[in-house]
Design a protein around this ligand. Structure first.
Ligand code: F6P
Length: 281
């Protein structure tokens, strides 16, 4: 695992340079869900792939930006699913973006995720590593990632990040979100899941939601690249991650680009979600 972390750190330093100086324009390619890829998405993907291809313990990799799994070493132990530059369309307005990595064993499935990493590219570059037990944050300082702190959620937070198009929310979902605001929760939503989830983790807790909606019944966020890595991190930080009804890591992935509704948060908020969805969903 050490070699994977080292590769992610080195790739992140290159991606930071790319974000600072790269072209934020569109490419002529589309990804598997038909989104036009930005040149930054493609370039970040190439950087990460080149580092992972050098590792003997990696069996295969799959990127959100690619259609298929790439096999690397038949005898490797780890399978890595990654989103090279989540929220990349926010770079041209100079908001924070991030990379997400889910590290799996045996197959790409929620039950088999063993570690996760995300990297936030903001005013500072921070890397959060979850080894399946603890959650540790590192910060890029003078060219190296230094340990800063362990991350632990409180039982109840004060922030909420409600994703997706409100027009398409189901009434019970809207009532739940309104309920949190009526209880004093403050809105914190940038449109980049990495900085939005990072903020909730570091400020003690709250709720990030990306529900099933009338336009996207299976949500938008992808299981392998986005949902499962953050689910592991939130669970190990003392919170929960659910699809509305149960632990999101128990979902069966049938295709590498499957999406799922998802809710990440501290215990109080997630228990409320489970209660609301049990009665309505
Ligand atoms: O992965 C896509 C993404 O950009 C996430 O980073 C973010 O949380 C989400 O989409 C925002 O979607 P929406 O604009 O529908 O709330």
């Amino acid at each position: 695992m050490e070699s994977i972390l080292k590769a992610i750190k080195e790739a992140s330093i290159e991606i930071k340079q790319l974000i600072e100086t790269g072209d934020t324009g569109k490419s002529t390619n589309q990804n598997s869900t038909g989104d036009t890829q930005l040149k930054l998405d493609i370039a970040s993907d190439e950087i990460i792939e080149s580092y992972f291809k050098k590792l003997t313990n990696v069996k295969s990799i799959v990127s959100e930006e690619q259609e298929n799994i790439i096999d690397i070493n038949e005898n490797g132990t780890y399978l890595i699913a990654y989103d090279p530059l989540d929220g990349s369309s926010l770079v041209d307005v100079n908001l924070s973006v991030g990379s997400i990595y889910g590290i799996y064993k045996n197959d790409f499935n929620g039950q088999n995720i063993v570690a996760s990493v995300y990297v936030v590219f903001g005013p500072r570059v921070e890397l959060v590593y979850c080894d399946g037990k603890t959650v540790k944050m590192y910060r890029l300082q003078n060219g190296s990632f230094n340990y800063i702190q362990d991350i632990k959620l409180q039982e109840k937070g004060k922030l909420q990040a409600p994703g997706s198009t409100q027009q398409c929310w189901y009434p019970y979902h809207k009532a739940m979100i309104d309920g949190f605001f009526n209880d004093g929760y403050r809105l914190r939503y940038s449109g980049g899941m990495v900085p939005d989830l990072h903020q909730i983790l570091l400020k003690g807790g709250g709720l990030f939601s990306y529900p099933s909606t009338s336009d996207l019944p299976k949500g938008k966020l992808r299981q392998l690249f986005e949902v499962f890595p953050f689910a592991l991190t939130y669970k190990c930080a003392g919170g929960q991650a659910v699809n509305g009804f149960s632990d999101v890591l128990n979902i069966q992935t049938t295709h590498i680009h499957d999406t799922s509704p998802c809710f990440f948060g501290s215990n109080y908020e997630i228990n409320k979600v489970l209660e609301v969805y049990k009665n309505n969903g």
